[in-house]
Design a protein around this ligand. Structure first.
Ligand SMILES: Nc1ncnc2c1ncn2[C@@H]1O[C@H](COP(=O)(O)OP(=O)(O)O)[C@@H](O)[C@H]1O
Ligand SMILES: N[C@@H](CC(=O)OP(=O)(O)O)C(=O)O
Length: 567
């Protein structure tokens, strides 16, 4: 039985040995891959992934090594690393849950990797399909179901069935995950006994998803004769804060990851298969997670650590789209984005990228390509530092639901200084992040992030406390169930964007409750009621992205040029 100690402890080598090796393929990576690649239909020529800069690669790595040299435990000399770079990895390829959801999908991903014979990728994988959600549900149920009922938790059976079926269908040994499945059940029994699931234990629990998917996939590649080595991120140098469920990656990660992956390549070349989403807490040494969708961040972190020329993020859509396809089925892929646009888009709700994932790529100036593993020939979206914005108007429309808005009006007269400072220090003290702000000297409207931490609801009690604190200096009006519609694009054309947007909203009879353009050069945010938001996004998308002029545009062309939104 899993003891309380065990629940709170860290991965003390409890998992199987990190390396999953093929018994029948002892030769180095390249001969194995060439041998196998010949028998697999090439899915995509590498040229479709865009130009690659060999010399840039070298320069980028020199920079990352200089930074690494400031870290505490760098063993490699700069010159050694530059020459190693030429022999080791060429890109990072991250495959999300949808890309590795079944044995069939894993086969396709393996073929995809093999179809790039000139690449030596680092592979980052998420958990299979919806495994993370299932683990979270299983954990919740375990809290109240009693130890003897853990075996009957439906989600546990679904996870077991999926992973064992996948292993069997791929023809790899069940032993690659047997210990994990056993330990997972023990862990849930421990949760049931303790009747609590701390955030730390929750991170440990969900880590089983990535630990199993990577072990299965590495074993499968090895079975095909493609030499691969499995890595648990928390054992390979991804070091984070101790903020369980939403940890931040620390700077020490870069030299540690570079040293580990380069060292392994030099001593025994193999394709690394790394668990996305996970890290190791600096203080407690426990397993952490990087927030939902965090495997994108793992990929960009590794790309920066190695100074690679490209980071590829493989999804189940043809790239970053002009809007959420679940709201606008006709949404189209966006060919190019800047890091700023992508970061803003992710932060303001586009599920396709993790909100923090652009940071390492931007810092290392490494292009990120978003591709579709179901349709590898599609060009995808290329995200870079800069792009030609002269013709750009709107790039994408993003919706963030369930936002809380606060109207705060100072009880003092005009001319009082320190009001804004007091308001913001209240949020700082409570650790609540503010998304969108519009202000005058004595009043301020702002929205609060729906999840103070990515996975945790901002609970009513905390909101009441915020209001209580602010009411000491202001009249406060709390408005819930609001949505932020973010218009990501070229804010240089804000008049054009806003004119079109307000014409649409007026036609729908929707009143915008707050607007913010602010310092961001790529985002105009509009706040509306949750109940109206989807309808607004659909109408805005139609107006901005449908190739045929919409009815509204026709009206505008035929009309007398007056501004209907303000007439
Ligand atoms: N603007 C957008 N562009 C592309 N996909 C989006 C957008 N907004 C929401 N999505 C959703 O994000 C999903 C891809 O992200 P995610 O589920 O994290 O992929 P994966 O698990 O493969 O990493 C798509 O299936 C799509 O439904
Ligand atoms: N499995 C984790 C991490 C992740 O990045 O997943 P995906 O790539 O499928 O969004 C999650 O579901 O949050």
């Amino acid at each position: 039985m899993t003891s309380a100690m065990n629940l709170c402890g860290h991965y003390n080598g409890t998992f199987a040995a990190a390396s999953v090796k093929a018994s029948h393929c002892q030769s180095h990576l390249l001969p194995c891959r060439i041998g196998f690649a010949a028998s697999v239909a090439a899915a995509v020529p590498i040229s479709s992934c865009g130009a690659r800069g060999g010399s840039r690669n070298r320069a980028a790595f020199t920079v990352s090594c200089c930074k690494a040299a400031t870290g505490r435990d760098v063993l490699v000399e700069e010159n050694d690393v530059v020459s190693e770079t030429e022999r080791s990895y060429t890109c990072v390829m991250k495959f999300g849950g949808s890309s590795v959801a079944s044995a069939e999908r894993m086969r396709e991903v393996a073929n995809l990797i093999i179809s790039f014979p000139e690449e030596r990728p680092v592979i980052v994988l998420s958990a299979m399909g919806k495994t993370t959600n299932l683990l979270l549900l299983a954990g919740e149920k375990a809290v109240s179901c009693g130890v003897s009922n853990v075996d009957n938790i439906e989600e546990l059976s679904t996870i077991k069935d999926l992973h064992l079926r996948t292993v069997d269908e791929l023809g790899v040994d069940r032993n690659v995950i047997a210990k994990h499945l056993e330990e997972l059940e023990q862990l849930l029994k421990g949760v049931a006994m303790m009747k609590e699931l701390t955030r730390r234990t929750q991170d440990y629990l969900v880590s089983f998803g990535e630990c199993m998917s990577t072990r299965i996939f590495a074993a499968y590649l090895n079975k095909l004769g493609v030499k691969a080595r499995q890595y648990d991120a928390f054992e390979m140098g991804i070091i984070t804060t101790d903020d369980f469920t939403n940890a931040d990656i620390l700077e020490a990660t870069y030299p540690a990851v570079a040293k580990r992956l380069h060292g392994d390549w030099v001593s025994d070349p193999a394709i690394p298969i790394v668990t996305g989403f996970l890290g190791k807490a600096r203080k407690s040494c426990a397993v952490t997670t990087l927030g939902r969708g965090g495997s994108d961040l793992t990929a960009t972190t590794i790309g920066r650590a190695l100074g690679l020329p490209e980071i590829q993020v493989w999804k189940d859509v043809d790239g970053v789209l002009t809007s959420d396809p679940n709201i606008c089925p006709q949404a189209e892929p966006v060919p190019c984005l800047t890091f700023d646009e992508a970061a803003e888009l992710a932060y303001f709700g586009a599920q396709v990228l993790h909100p923090q994932s652009m940071r390492p790529a931007r810092e290392g100036d490494i292009p990120v390509r978003v591709k579709n593993s179901y349709n590898p020939k599609a060009p995808g979206t290329l995200i870079t530092k800069a792009r030609d914005m002269s013709k750009a108007v709107l790039t994408s429309i993003v919706l963030k639901r369930n936002v809380t808005m606060l109207d705060i009006v100072s009880t003092r007269m005009l001319g009082q200084y320190g009001f804004l400072a007091k308001v913001f220090s209240t949020f700082e003290d409570l650790g609540i992040s503010v998304d969108v702000v519009a202000t005058s000297e004595v009043s301020i409207s702002l929205t609060l992030d729906p999840s103070k931490l990515w996975s945790r609801e901002l609970i009513q009690q905390e909101l009441d406390y915020v209001v209580e604190e602010l009411e000491k200096i202001a009249v406060v009006n709390l408005l819930q169930n609001r949505s932020i519609i973010s218009l990501i694009g070229n804010v240089q054309k804000s008049s054009l964007i806003l004119e079109k947007a307000f014409r649409v909203l007026r036609t729908l009879g929707v009143n915008v409750q707050m607007i913010s353009q602010g310092a961001s050069k790529v985002n105009i945010s509009l706040i509306v009621n949750d109940s109206e938001a989807e309808q607004c996004v659909r109408a805005l998308h139609k107006t901005f992205f449908d190739s045929e002029p919409s009815q509204l545009e026709n009206e505008c062309i035929q009309g007398n040029g007056s501004h209907p939104a303000i007439s």
